[in-house]
Design a protein around this ligand. Structure first.
Ligand SMILES: Nc1ncnc2c1ncn2[C@@H]1O[C@H](COP(=O)(O)OP(=O)(O)OP(=O)(O)O)[C@@H](O)[C@H]1O
Ligand code: SF4
Ligand SMILES: [Mg+2]
Length: 350
């Protein structure tokens, strides 16, 4: 998606200091800690991080559709100037789909298998505005056209579509009420690479035409590079780095981002992707200090005691690392598999 000129405009969506926890059998799990981010009108922001880091939780929190064991413990979700967390349930319901919509991770879970697609899209539209039946059908046909599905098929059932087409139908549903923000949760995970490309191309074209802002969740850095102006990197429920995508990928300011970058294919270079060893942190009883410390090859003793703040390095970049200022040196080490094999051996930290 091309760079937008209105990045400095008043944000359409602004998350401030959001904390969310889940009640679990072992205690409350801090799934989101102090999340702040903003989305300018028409902007595309990529949210990356490994499984369990809190990406879907954040999107559900923005939509106001958390499961019953989730609690927002603090912070704000400001949409067009109004805080949805502090406001009424009705205000949040009104913003949902009409203002902020979501393309879910799995079309099979998001669509009702025993109802025709046309009925499901009609229902989404009619909960927000009344419309004569003929206009409604014309609208649904138009939505099918813009996402590239034959409008003759609006009365089909979900199982009659291929995986790629079902995902397009979800995009059609998300755009049905012309929202200004679209949240996309791994919209192409289950699809092959060619279909993935087609869907992202379509999504980019639609964003350029309809001018919605998009928050795109993925665990694939390459998808963000291809599609997003800015990037947010999450680890263990926290934002660890943010900035313009190209700059962050070219010169990360956080060891976790360096680790993610190791999974990217390098053109013309014979390389083996290096995985980040270890497991995600315990969110019920997190260890003190940096949440990445147990897996970070560059951890110092201070990292296991003091939680680093998310500090800006330039007006549009920030990172949460005690060693952010040394990243050029650390980056050269992070490209070597030996560096990651040594994780946990504090005595060897450079
Ligand atoms: N309903 C729930 N109850 C308790 N814990 C939950 C619930 N949903 C998610 N979690 C936990 O919250 C954390 C964040 O989960 P989330 O689904 O947001 O991760 P994600 O980044 O979307 O992962 P993935 O890439 O696998 O989709 C995980 O530790 C997960 O186990
Ligand atoms: S704060 Fe320390 S442990 Fe955390 S990412 Fe930075 S160097 Fe690694
Ligand atoms: Mg998820």
């Amino acid at each position: 998606m091309h760079q937008r000129s209105n990045i400095n405009a008043e944000p359409v969506l602004h998350i401030k200091g959001l904390d969310l926890s889940y009640a679990t059998a072992h205690g409350r799990a801090a799934a989101l800690t102090n999340i702040s981010l903003s989305l300018a009108p028409g902007e595309s922001l990529g949210l990356v991080g490994e499984s369990g880091c809190g990406k879907s939780t954040l999107l559900k929190a923005i939509m106001g559709v958390m499961p019953s064991n989730a609690a927002i413990e603090g912070g704000q979700v400001i949409f067009k100037g109004a805080d949805l967390v502090a406001g009424s349930k009705e205000a949040w319901r009104k913003a949902r789909w009409a203002g902020i919509s979501m393309i879910a991770q799995s079309a099979l879970n998001a669509l009702n298998p025993v109802r025709r697609i046309s009925a499901q899209i009609a229902e989404a539209i009619l909960t927000h505005k009344s419309m004569p039946k003929s206009e409604l059908r014309a609208r649904i046909c138009h939505l099918f056209e813009i996402v590239g599905v034959d409008p003759e098929r609006i009365d089909d059932y979900p199982h009659q579509f291929s995986g790629g087409m079902r995902q397009r139908v979800l995009i059609a549903m998300a755009l049905a009420l012309e929202p200004s923000v679209v949240l996309a949760d791994e919209p192409t995970t289950a699809l092959d690479v060619i279909v993935q490309d087609q869907i992202f191309n379509r999504l980019r074209a639609l964003r350029d035409e309809l001018d919605f802002a998009i928050l795109l969740v993925t665990h694939d850095l390459a998808v963000v590079i291809e599609n997003c102006d800015r990037i947010v990197v999450m680890y263990g429920g926290m934002i660890v780095e943010t900035g313009p995508t190209r700059e962050v990928v070219r010169a990360p300011s956080h060891p976790y981002t360096l680790g993610l970058r190791n999974a990217l294919p390098r053109l013309g270079v014979d390389y083996e992707p290096i995985a980040i060893p270890g497991r995600p942190p315990d969110l019920v009883d997190p260890a003190p200090g940096c949440r990445f410390a147990a897996r970070c090859p560059f951890a110092l003793p201070v990292c296991r005691v003091v939680t680093p703040d998310l500090l800006p390095s330039t007006p549009d970049r920030a990172a949460r690392c005690h060693r952010a200022g040394e990243m050029e040196t650390l980056a050269s080490l992070a490209g070597k598999v030996e560096t990651w094999n040594r994780v946990g051996d504090l005595a060897n930290a450079p």
